[in-house]
Design a protein around this ligand. Structure first.
Ligand code: PLP
Length: 396
């Protein structure tokens, strides 16, 4: 038996391992020190009341013969699919229920969706990038074209007509940079994909953090996207579902390649490879889209936004270049005085006990940049921002 030898091509992911090792060593050398953890990509607030109430109800349903649910439909509970389609409609995006697939989260889908594309595809990944895009494609044996982004384009690269690919990843709002693609940039990518017969995988995991009216939340707000895009979304950051697990994927019926409907292929894929998301979780997820749920999750998102504001105010006062923060839970700053991103990590840890994420861990062009997450506690974030300002004033 020969295993999938592509696993041998995966690069060891040192990023979070190294961070854990360095913080552990620091704590061993300085026992009892409190660390200000601004590196986390996980939420810190609990599920909102509306969701908790529905989860309790669903557990109770499972206790009685008359309300018990066994296997759920593989592509999602029809009422949740309808609810999600209605959520899109509020922004003028018309979807039919059977274009919405309920999932166990975006990570699962980002990997599984590659089943639709056959072997030896060319994939365009804009970097710095969420590491799972690269690894899923290495495992699938695809060829990756790395498109570096940088300060000159605000970390929002535009298509190059001389480059062709089968699959294009776009993440907006972006992890790690927090940058967003505006309507014009997305239109350019959609036109490019349609022209090249390519397919966009649009990762909208952070759409709920967008506050600027004119920034699209969905690729389907862009004309022509229904013939070239799949959207992958998650309730993880929107509604604190990182440990509860639910998301959704939108595959329009116009997505036809070689006479085959990608929507129908995904129905077949799901009915083969999953038995759906649990009844309890789907019922809890439905509450996210209720009027009450939407208000409650926005209250939580505003707490994270305020964390972002503490950090952005400091960077503004110091005149340090950064992007993100406004429409995303991440702030991507340029390391001061030409420091490398690991050098800056060590400096913050040793001087002010603040832990962030070195940009280099998200691709080579992230070197020299640093990511702060706004998912920490307000008290810690405020104190971290205060310490950062005092420290950087000394060296700038
Ligand atoms: N996509 C991006 C850009 C993310 O940052 C994350 C998680 O951090 C995910 C997808 C995964 O989300 P989920 O928890 O739904 O698997």
């Amino acid at each position: 038996m020969i295993p999938n030898i592509n696993y041998g091509n995966l690069k060891e992911s040192y990023l979070f391992y190294n961070i854990a090792q360095k913080t552990k060593a620091y704590l061993e050398a300085h026992p009892g020190t409190h660390l200000y953890r601004m590196g986390i990509g996980d939420v810190s607030l609990p599920l909102c009341d509306a969701v908790i109430q529905k989860l309790h109800e669903a557990v109770e349903d499972q206790a009685h013969k008359t309300t018990f649910h066994g296997y759920m439909p593989e592509c999602g509970d029809p009422s949740l699919r309808k609810t999600i389609a209605a959520y899109y409609q509020k922004r003028g995006v018309i979807l039919s229920e059977d274009e919405v697939f309920v999932s166990s989260g975006a990570s699962d889908e980002l990997g599984d969706i590659l089943d639709l594309f056959g072997k030896e595809k060319t994939v365009l990944i804009m970097e710095p990038a969420y590491p799972a895009y690269v690894d899923a494609n290495v495992i699938a044996g695809n060829t990756i074209i790395h498109i570096p982004a940088g300060e000159e384009n605000g970390f929002v690269p535009m298509p190059d007509p001389d480059v062709s690919a089968d699959i294009i990843y776009i993440c907006s709002p972006n992890n790690p940079t927090g940058a967003v693609f505006d309507r014009e940039a997305l239109q350019a990518w959609v036109d490019y994909a349609n022209k090249k017969d390519a397919l966009i995988l649009f990762d909208a995991a952070y759409e709920a953090f967008i506050e600027e009216e004119e920034i699209p939340h969905s690729i389907f707000e862009i004309q022509g996207a229904r013939t070239c895009a799949i959207e992958i979304c998650s309730l993880s950051k929107t509604a604190g579902f990182t440990g509860t697990r639910c998301g959704y994927t939108v595959i329009p019926k116009e997505l036809i390649r070689a006479g085959m409907s990608l929507n129908q292929m995904w129905v077949r894929n799901r009915t083969t490879k999953t038995n759906g998301v649990s009844y309890i979780i789907q019922k809890g997820a439905s509450a996210v889209f209720s009027e009450e749920g939407q208000k409650q999750i926005q209250d939580y998102i505003q707490i994270y936004k305020k964390n972002g504001a503490y950090l952005m105010e400091v960077l503004n006062r110091l005149g340090i270049w950064y992007c993100g923060g406004k429409n995303a839970p991440y702030i991507w700053m340029k390391c001061p005085n030409g420091m490398g991103s690991w050098e800056f990590f060590d400096y913050l840890l040793s001087e002010i006990q603040v832990v962030g994420t070195p940009g280099e861990g998200f691709g080579a062009c992230g070197e020299g940049y640093f990511r702060f997450s706004t998912f920490g506690s307000p008290e810690d974030t405020k104190e971290a921002a205060r310490r950062l300002e005092i420290l950087l004033r000394k060296i700038l």
